[in-house]
Design a protein around this ligand. Sequence first.
Ligand code: PBG
Length: 324
Amino acid sequence: MAFPVQRPRRLRRTEGLRRMVRETTLQPSDFIYPLFVIEGRGERRPVPSMPGIFNLSVDAAVEEAKAARSLGVPAVIVFGIPDRKDAEGSRAYAADGIVQRALRELKSAVPELQLVADVCLCEYTDHGHCGVVARGEVQNDATLPLLARMAVTCAQAGADIVAPSDMMDGRVRAIRRALDESGLAETPVLAYSAKYASGFYGPFREAAQSTPQFGDRRGYQMDPGNVREALKEVALDLEEGADVVMVKPALAYLDVIARVKERFDVPVAAYNVSGEFSMLKAAARAGWVDGDRLMLEILTSIKRAGADLILTYHALEAARLLGG
Ligand code: PBG
């Protein structure tokens, strides 16, 4: 039975009707808000390429976390930017490192907010790579114990979830074991499973001061042409003990999100990364697009593709628009 009996426009005529049949709706509880934490006090330094995003000292991060909570955003992901960097990224896994201190303060100031710790060495190494380097290459197996130590020290400091973003093989297993052996069997792992070697991370590397000093990340992050390999990465991470898997970036990889969602029965996260954010902000500032409208449309598309959780720099402004 088709036209004239079928008239799909009937259900589009008014906002009241559209609202009743909308298949995907956003809520503040869908979002995880990234925080970049630096040393010092009272610091709120704008990130030039990311309007509205700041490098925050711990006290300012606490204020930002309170804002997130009051808007109904349930979680933040914390990135640490240390004062000193070295070849082994030793400030990544020091009990008194910047990220551990931030987690401790955030947990005591805003206990009901869920704290995700990004586990990776790139903000802490002087060469800017995500693992230890020897003979000009990132060494997979030598990096694993360092990531495991970082995960444990972050969980001990108050992280509710640890999120490895380094793309070393076997890191989920190493982290799961180390957590279990440290009495942290209840701490979930959110794995950046399908993380692509992407040009969309440019502004983040400015925000987190983590640009590689030589070469690039193509030897460990995924090739943008691959989707079968993304499914393999997800399967391996689940075998190793991941609780939640992530696809990153989001917007240029919606098909990957959809495929992962279809294949696996676990929560799927997607990272609406810095370049996606900055592109939209730049176009909106130029007056070329309606920034708020595009923001909600993009976030809806990520959720519609299958993401249960969306890491996004838009979290607070989107929550505000959604009435959080
Ligand atoms: C690595 C990490 C990166 C991002 C999150 N975790 C950067 C990278 O791989 O270079 C990127 C996030 C973004 O672009 O918003 N610790």
